[in-house]
Design a protein around this ligand. Structure first.
Ligand SMILES: [Zn+2]
Ligand SMILES: [Zn+2]
Length: 288
């Protein structure tokens, strides 16, 4: 079992020398189960490289979950090679917390005049499924949906494998509660004591007043959640498109200072593209 981050940029892909460390591809994470089943969360453009690698490894069945359907989380879907492969089966999951149809949304980005091929013309076997609120287990890995506080709704996931628990909460605004979402306290209760919290920290505190309501959290909100939930580590993600590597480093420094001030020893870092979490040893997942 491992988790690999194929993209952690927010809003729109970026590229260039200023983005080498944290990467420019938008949200996509892979959970590879002990028997090599591929669970994928979100189809940001990070999914393009992932699809190619999985096919090369001889994997032809995929379980693809969507947190929500904002552009940056679906834009890689038409470039996910398995949807064009006639021996591939792609199971696409939606949660009850999503306010729109996944099927309609994916079909709508693959139509004239936006794209040359429709989804119906793609050769892969695509099946749409809905996950119960209690979650789903695939090959020993369970995913339990957690409602996001975000415009148009959505769900993050509590991922459990053996004794490890990881909360993946992208696009989650803790500074206000969007319809269907959780307050900061409710969120802390749901993810209490997880080994690792991967949380949307798109903004610095002094940027927030101009972007309140856009669906994303700040450094101090994420740190407050980590402390209240008593997690062992927090990784920031959904990096703003204008946040170059040095600026992300500064956000982490600021967050570590806040954490030190609180007297807690929770590990704080920023998630980066191609980050790999290994679950092969004892203790906490190892970040490579
Ligand atoms: Zn997003
Ligand atoms: Zn979003």
């Amino acid at each position: 079992m491992f988790i690999k981050v194929w993209g952690c940029r927010g809003s729109v892909p970026v590229s260039g020398k200023d983005y080498n460390k944290y990467g420019g591809d938008t949200t996509c994470i892979e959970i590879r189960t002990p028997n090599d089943k591929a669970i994928i969360i979100d189809a940001g453009n990070g999914i393009r490289r992932l699809g190619a690698e999985l096919l090369e490894s001889g994997i032809y069945e995929f379980d693809l979950f969507f947190t929500h359907l904002h552009w940056d989380h679906i834009l890689g879907f038409p470039f996910f090679r398995p949807i064009y492969c006639d021996k591939c089966a792609v199971n696409i999951y939606k949660t009850h917390f999503m306010q729109t149809s996944v099927e309609e949304s994916l079909q709508s980005i693959m139509v004239n005049p936006n794209f040359p091929i429709t989804l119906d013309e793609a050769a892969g076997q695509i099946t749409y499924k809905t996950i119960e609120k209690s979650g789903i287990e695939i090959d020993g890995v369970s995913l339990e949906p957690i409602p996001l506080s975000h415009p148009n709704g959505g769900a993050g996931f509590l991922i459990t494998y053996k004794d490890y628990r990881i909360a993946f909460l992208t696009d989650n605004e803790l500074g206000m509660t969007h319809p269907g979402g959780l307050t900061l306290d409710q969120c802390a209760e749901r993810i209490k004591g997880v080994d690792l919290l991967l949380h949307d920290t798109e903004y610095k505190d002094d940027e927030y007043s101009k972007v309140k309501g856009w669906g994303h959290s700040t450094i101090s909100q994420s740190i407050e959640l980590a402390i209240k939930a008593d997690v062992k580590g927090i990784g920031f993600l959904h990096h703003n498109q204008d946040r170059v590597d040095d600026a992300v480093d500064l956000m982490v420094e600021e967050a570590r200072a806040l954490m030190n001030k609180s007297g807690k020893s929770i590990k704080v870092f920023a998630v980066y593209q191609d980050m790999f979490l290994s679950f092969s040893g004892d203790g906490l997942p190892r970040i490579i």
